[in-house]
Design a protein around this ligand. Structure first.
Ligand SMILES: [Zn+2]
Length: 275
């Protein structure tokens, strides 16, 4: 008793159906298998100079959403960064783990998915390479108005794991953007356009900063749980029960990884100097 098979079937069907991504989630992510998606980027009414928002996250620490790093985002104390530095100081062999825990950069833009009949604006997170491409287009005479609701341009997004040099698929998918050459209106009527634009949310409604105490709690929980669970199980031990609407860490891009490493080495040398 208690098991409602019909309801379960329905639930699984919804999870498999790509249109389930149009649900309540405020975040969008492209299909990861290389199927083409078409989106329209929108200007963010809540930002000044740059329509895209840069945030830094600690990925895969315990259950729940990725953690906004207080240090990288707001120059405050971050228990996870402190801990990452301390484990390396205590044991240099843990450097890889510490590097993995280091905050990673992510950019967010507002889009509507053309397959979504309601055209509800969502935040879409991507890496630095894609960010540069989107900024480049803002400086390109032919494409500069691509976000304009009346004479803008739709963008095709393709996201898939490419073959690495070793002949094996890469661990993280690569995202490519293709800008349509044809101008299109965001929606048929001016009223509908205004309705869509009015629905854009502030990013801080979606990613709420955790307090230092909350971050410490998550970190401690994760550490305790990790001790009881062998690390040999690899990635499984890190990625636990992320909510469906969380975004993936993808696109490990050479530029940002080098930057992370450089920053990490710098932080280490500073903490060694003060030790
Ligand atoms: Zn941090």
């Amino acid at each position: 008793m208690g098991i409602n098979r019909e309801a379960l079937k329905e639930k699984i069907k919804r999870m498999r159906d790509p249109s389930s991504r149009f649900g309540d989630s405020d975040l969008w992510r492209p299909d990861q298998e290389g199927n083409l998606e078409t989106v329209r980027f929108l200007d963010n009414p809540f930002t000044d100079d740059d329509p895209f928002i840069q945030l830094f996250f600690h990925y895969r620490i315990g259950k729940g959403r990725h953690i906004l790093c207080p240090r990288k985002n707001w120059g405050k104390t971050c228990p996870i960064c402190e801990w990452a530095k301390s484990i390396v100081n205590n044991n240099p062999e843990d450097k890889e783990l510490a590097r993995d825990l280091w905050p990673k950069q992510r950019f967010f833009g507002v889009i509507v998915d053309r397959k979504d009949p309601t055209l509800t604006p969502k935040y879409y997170g991507f890496g630095q390479k894609n960010y540069f491409q989107l900024i480049d287009k803002l400086h390109n005479a032919e494409y500069r108005d691509y976000m304009d609701p009346l004479k803008g341009i739709d963008v095709t997004v393709k996201c898939q794991k490419e073959m690495g040099e070793t002949g094996k698929p890469q661990m993280y998918p690569t995202t490519t953007f293709d800008f349509s050459r044809r101008d299109t209106r965001l929606a048929d009527t001016d009223e509908k356009i205004q309705e869509i634009l009015n629905k854009i949310k502030r990013i801080d409604e979606i990613f709420k900063p955790m307090t230092v105490a909350e971050i410490k709690e998550r970190l401690n929980e994760w550490l305790q749980w990790q001790e009881g669970d062998s690390l040999a199980e690899g990635e499984e031990t890190r990625g636990v029960n992320e909510p469906e609407d969380s975004f993936e860490e993808d696109e490990k891009e050479p530029v940002s990884v080098e930057e992370i490493n450089a920053e990490f080495e710098k932080a280490l040398s500073e903490s060694e100097a003060t030790a």
